[in-house]
Design a protein around this ligand. Structure first.
Ligand SMILES: Cc1cc2nc3c(=O)[nH]c(=O)nc-3n(C[C@H](O)[C@H](O)[C@H](O)COP(=O)(O)O)c2cc1C
Length: 471
């Protein structure tokens, strides 16, 4: 049973529509469910250890997850009440470890799991970030993905050398140039085969096959060669989650997989249709991009047990934490607001779609501040699906059918317990239905993440914008 609607009874036999699943997580005490770190089953007290993450990575691989997707932000959530107090007290996306640093340890204990890591084009230097991702592509043997974000926090801008954020749409204009530069570094600097390591000839790299990128743009200037040669994927697999009008254009121009978070299938369907028609307008195949939407799953042996479990979770929710999360996303401070007052849309320079989802994109429901805080407190802006493995699988199928997505970003309320329970209970049910590969090890080989998700080759598709820069 989900928070949105009761599912139809299961009438399934095995079929072959695949469902891609990523775990949606963050290297923090609280990602999407404020307060739940206090639940007795929570293990996040250990979130700053290697073992927490290596154990989770192994679990996810066994459960047929395509990747562990790691959110990241370069600032504290300090909009609510004008300070970071509620976020710090509640461990809400702080303290935040560096996910890029953690990937090699997780890669060392897994074979197939991909790692989708968020990095901000507004704050990272492109020349160095290209090296970081190329390094990770090498050492994971092609299992790295980059979630390209433009960021949305004034707190990040302030601490990273700017007075305030670059205005919303301009961030994306700048990001377009950033990406073109990255394609030059990943695809156009080292020719394939430039690294010879030929001891007899005394040539490690053939310099005639390494080219300066000669980028001289409005925002960036990089005249010389890339610092390192590209890994198996060339450009890392690209995730994107822009949801505003400008953000969606950017997602279509660069993303190979696009993420949404929406609290109703109708809302997500609208965005999915926008992606498919945008691809058609660009002369690309409708399925040239894979689409994911987020769901928080609470699973138990029976529907009743799962519902009890979810009810139990509600005792731990942290409303201040939820409002600090919301303030961080949207730039809107609801401190001191009457809990029964109606939410209204205002344009900000933060994440515009997060507020729109509860206001102008939700015409059938008037959300109050209280509704919002209670909703966000478990599972952030996405749906919560609670039930037996059968019910959860039914609900995921219903969402997939109703929205047209290719799969889900599965989030845990109590971490990592809910992801472990998913792997133990839901993954076998999805396999039984033919939605996940039966035995992932059988089909493994040394597949890159791009191959796993797209079902095509290890490099960018020929009709992707980045392929134009290929040597
Ligand atoms: C599933 C999902 C994950 C996201 N993860 C991050 C993240 O880790 N860091 C970040 O700065 N933004 C993240 N975002 C925000 C998006 O990059 C984007 O800013 C947001 O969806 C709003 O779209 P807009 O920028 O077009 O208004 C995420 C969005 C979604 C839907």
């Amino acid at each position: 049973m989900s928070s949105s609607a009761a599912p139809a009874p299961s009438t399934h036999s095995a079929h072959s529509t695949p469902m891609l699943i990523n775990a949606f997580d963050m290297m923090v005490p609280v990602h999407q469910s404020p307060g739940l770190w206090r639940h007795p089953d929570s293990g996040v007290g250990q979130f700053a250890t290697l073992e927490y993450w290596t154990s989770l990575a192994r679990t996810l691989e066994d459960g047929g997850f395509a990747s562990l997707f790691l959110a990241d932000i370069p600032g504290l959530y300090d909009v609510y009440g004008g300070s970071a107090e509620a976020a710090l007290r509640g461990g809400v996306q702080a303290p935040l470890l560096d996910p890029l640093v953690m990937v090699p340890a997780m890669a060392a204990v897994t074979e197939r799991l991909g790692f989708g890591v968020t990095a901000s084009v507004t704050y990272e230097a492109p020349y160095l970030l290209a090296r970081t991702f190329a390094t990770l592509d090498h050492v994971t043997r092609g299992r790295i993905a980059w979630n390209v974000v433009t960021s949305y926090q004034d707190s990040a801008a302030r601490n990273l050398g700017m007075l305030r954020q670059i205005p919303h749409d301009e961030r994306y204009d700048r990001a377009d140039e950033y990406m073109d530069l990255m394609y030059k570094l990943f695809e156009g600097s080292y020719e394939p085969g430039a690294v010879l390591a030929d001891a007899e000839a005394g040539v490690f790299v053939d310099p005639s096959r390494v080219h300066p990128v000669e980028h001289d743009g409005r925002y960036f200037s990089v005249p010389d060669q890339a610092l390192t040669h590209p890994g198996p994927q060339g450009t890392p697999f690209l995730f994107q989650a822009g949801a505003s009008r400008r953000g969606q254009q950017f997602a279509l121009d660069h993303g190979e997989a696009i993420f949404f978070i929406g609290n109703t299938p109708e809302l997500v369907r609208g965005w999915v249709d926008g992606v498919r028609s945008g691809l058609r307008e660009r002369g690309r195949a409708e399925d040239a991009v894979k689409i994911f939407t987020m769901a928080t799953v609470v699973v138990a042996d029976t529907d009743e047990e799962a519902q009890d479990r979810l009810d139990g979770y509600r005792k731990y929710v942290d409303i201040d934490g939820a409002l600090s999360l919301f303030g961080g996303w949207t730039g809107v401070d609801l401190a001191g607001a009457d809990p029964d007052s109606a939410l209204e849309y205002v344009a900000t320079d933060a994440n515009q779609s997060a507020l729109a989802a509860f206001t102008k994109l939700s015409p059938d429901r008037q959300w109050t501040v209280r509704d919002l805080a209670e909703f966000v407190a478990i599972g952030g802006r996405g749906p919560v699906i609670a039930g037996s493995a059968q019910t959860v699988a039914d609900e995921l199928e219903r969402w997939q059918e109703a929205t047209g997505v290719d799969g889900f970003n599965i989030s845990a309320a109590v971490r990592p317990a809910d992801l472990e329970r998913f792997t133990a209970l839901v993954s076998p049910e999805l396999r039984r239905r033919g939605l996940l590969p039966e035995d992932p090890s059988a089909s493994s080989g040394t597949r890159t993440l791009r191959e796993t998700v797209m079902g095509a080759g290890p490099r960018l598709a020929d009709d992707h914008r980045g392929a134009d820069y290929r040597r």
